[in-house]
Design a protein around this ligand. Structure first.
Ligand SMILES: [Zn+2]
Length: 87
């Protein structure tokens, strides 16, 4: 089932504190996706309302998820993968 919610609700609160059952895990990119922008950037804590503790865990899990290719590093919609030849 699709749970599409691009923005956090008006009330800011840490979803992970509020819902202990909500897994903060790289294996759940559907949840992590709420905390990254469309371009794959991690959304600042002051915007999502995530507490410091969970934000730190979140960023770790997001980075992990990226490595597992569960999340995209950059805009995933455009299949225009730039090949950097001059690294
Ligand atoms: Zn929290």
């Amino acid at each position: 089932m699709a749970f599409k919610k691009k923005f956090a609700p008006r009330r800011k609160f840490c979803r992970f504190c509020a819902d202990a059952d909500l897994p903060l895990d790289y294996k759940r990119p559907d949840i992590l996706r709420d905390y990254i922008t469309e371009r794959g950037k991690i959304i600042a804590r002051r915007i999502t309302g995530t507490c410091a503790k969970h934000q730190r865990l979140l960023s770790t899990e997001i980075k992990r998820a990226r490595q597992m290719a569960l999340l995209f590093y950059t805009a995933g919609h455009s299949s225009d993968v730039k090949k950097k030849s001059n690294i």
